[in-house]
Design a binder for this molecule. Structure first.
Ligand code: GLV
Ligand code: MG
Length: 325
């Protein structure tokens, strides 16, 4: 292990993250009753410019009036290149109590963007005498943001998670897409010629690099990596496939842009019973080895390394927080 210890951000369940437009009052009321781990109330791209001011009022009212239970509550503010952003922050913090947990910052391009919002949030929190510190969720969704992802991830103690915003990322990189967050049939490989044998075409994942890159930056800074939207909510199989591949790369959850996607994310990002059982057996074997004064731990005739023990601990902790949710 390195002498540098990576400090972990506040742990939270983040399997599903529901996007709720601030302009949709009915959806704001309903969101609390849905089984999403995290709900983000949106002031940014789901809200048209003419509705921004009203959406801000709606969100402040919903934060104060709705019973959000044990949910993690986040608000996506407008980008730093708009004149809405400062008032989003000021009004939200001044006009709500302690119910908001996180602020989601879209289109983060540089560490200075995070620094600027941190400065503003800190001033308003202090002026209001608040003791609860808001955490930050940062969306990596531009070429600039991806180029600076390591510095961005390390930019503030408030940082909790990085999110891959595939729709804006595609626009920023001028990638050719078909469905938001889906594969493109033109991104693939053709097997070599082999006599007269038919050649096969294998689709690839055009988002592999971006997600893997973000996961590394997040994990190296103790943050949760979270996969963003999948646009076609009438395609649960497509959603599943994209959620699984992001989970395999290390993501802890995925956005739901429609209520029907919440349960899918919760299922895919929960450890399976088999995994939990195996993790518990690893921890038991470790306990046993300690009692017997043995340095090395083995299970089913195989040596268990420290990394597997850490993973087992994390998995069991996650299973416990899911059971408690
Ligand atoms: C999310 O904000 C995205 O652009 O995909
Ligand atoms: Mg976006």
């Amino acid at each position: 292990m390195s002498f540098t210890i990576v400090e972990q951000a506040t742990p939270r369940l983040n399997r599903s993250e529901l996007a709720v437009p601030g302009s949709n009052e009915r959806a704001l009321q309903k969101a609390a009753s849905l089984p999403a781990d995290v709900v983000f109330l949106d002031l940014e791209d789901a809200v048209a410019p003419d509705d921004k001011v009203q959406a801000r009022k709606n969100i402040i009212k919903a934060v104060n009036d709705v019973d959000w239970g044990g949910k993690t509550l986040s608000v996506r503010i407008n980008g730093l290149d708009t004149h809405y952003m400062y008032r989003d922050v000021v009004d939200l913090i001044e006009q709500t109590g302690d119910r908001i947990d996180l602020i989601m910052i879209p289109k983060v391009g540089t560490a200075a963007d995070v620094y600027a919002v941190d400065m503003l949030v800190t001033q308003v929190e202090e002026a209001m005498g608040k003791t609860k510190r808001l955490g930050f969720e940062l969306i990596i969704e531009t070429a600039l943001g991806m180029a600076n992802v390591d510095e961005i991830a390390a930019a503030s103690k408030r940082n909790e998670s990085l999110h891959f915003g595939v729709a804006d990322y595609a626009a920023s990189t001028k990638a050719r897409t078909t469905v938001i967050g889906g594969p493109n049939p033109y991104y693939g490989v053709l097997t070599d010629k082999d006599g007269d044998a038919p050649r096969e075409y294998h689709w690839g994942d055009m988002w592999h690099y971006a997600i893997a890159r973000m996961v590394v930056a997040a994990r190296a800074n103790g943050l949760r990596p979270v996969d963003g939207p999948f646009g076609d909510f009438q395609d649960p199989d497509g959603y599943r496939a994209q959620a699984y591949r992001a989970a395999v790369l290390g993501c802890e959850g995925k956005w739901a842009i429609h209520p029907s996607q919440i349960e899918l994310a919760n299922e895919i990002y929960s450890p399976s019973e088999d995994e939990v059982t195996k993790a518990k057996r690893i921890l038991e074997a470790m306990d046993q080895a300690q009692k017997e004064g043995k340095g090395a731990v083995s299970l089913d005739g195989r040596l268990i390394d420290i990394a597997s023990i850490k993973q087992a601990e994390n998995l069991v902790k996650k299973a416990e927080s899911i059971a408690a949710a």
